[in-house]
Design a protein around this ligand. Sequence first.
Ligand SMILES: *Cc1c(COP(=O)(O)O)cnc(C)c1O
Length: 407
Amino acid sequence: MSPDSAIPTAAAPARPAAPAMLPVMRPWLGEEEAEAAAAAVRSGWVAQGPRVAEFERALAARLGADEAVVVSSCTTALHLAMVLTGAGPGDDVVVPSLSFIATANVVRYVGARPVFADVDPITQNVTAATVEAALTPATRAVIAVDQGGMPLDVEPIRALCLRRGLELVQDSACAIGSTYLGRPVGGDATLAAYSFHPRKLLTTGEGGALVTDRPEWAARARRLREHGMTVSAADRHSSSRIVIEDYAETGYNYRMTDVQAAIGLVQMRRLDELIARRRELAADYQQALADVPGLRVCADPAYGTANYQSFWVELADGFPCTRNGLLEHLLRDGISARRGIMAAHREPAYAQQGEVDLPVTERLTDRTVILPLFHEMTQDDVARVVASLRAAAHGSAASPSNGQGDD
Ligand SMILES: *Cc1c(COP(=O)(O)O)cnc(C)c1O
């Protein structure tokens, strides 16, 4: 294992004089994952096979979902979701601008146009009201995001979509294990997508899943992830007869490997512990930061619980430094933080779509900072971040103000 490996079980190097840089995120991986991956390699079956099927069953069970279709990433899961909604050229799809750019990109993959909705100033998520304001006569579908693992209030959005005859896709990339009205986020969705990228909670290196309550959509998604084949390669391989497959429509190669699924199965068993620890650390932050002037700290909404995939703070008007000033201040204290959620409408790829009016999105993207939070973080680490934030809030050693600009 290389000394700079992110594997937390690696022996710690001799303690340097200065405390090591505190990362914003570090996946929780160990010997069990390494063993499971090695076992998949030794089995001789490394492409999509029995472990992917087992991972799908474990996910569906954990989420209370009818079907989970495991794919190569959340982006590819969302692309398949777009195909299933039937959205295409001439259609509009409402998405939040305040999201990772993949949410908007997948709309363009099917030739449709993303139309940006603003978000709620407290949860950072779209609401029925912000979605409704973005509807056009051409709207075909809506992608609603559980941003940073913060559950969105999905019931009113579902009701709106039902009334208007729109398909609803939940981008729950970051939200595995968050809850809505006491149930796992996305588990009862018509279409929901999750990510297993290391920046998220449960990781397979790269990976994603599409959850659906329609068996015919799950079957089609399984064909589409494998070139549109009517019989999977794994099924053909394990058959004792000659099986000739058909290709009914244009598909993709969006498969996950069995090596990745083997890691995912171990991570699934760790999920509850992972979430419990993240919520514990989030509570420590919330308590310690409650009286820091000029900071608003993220918190569970009344209708659910967050997995705190991203733990963020918003800087109020009176805060003595800018977002970038605060990031620099933290960096000087050996703390790696991140700007808040990006806004897709500000990126060159989307800016030419024209003027949009997204005041809450712009405020949040300019004024939020994501703090370190990972499974093996200690109470001392939290105290270090809190002390640095406290110093910044009181104007000590903070950078001079240079305006609330872009990065
Ligand atoms: C990370 C993320 C994605 C993309 O996930 P990948 O698995 O990396 O493709 C999509 N949507 C949101 C909201 C995300 O945070």
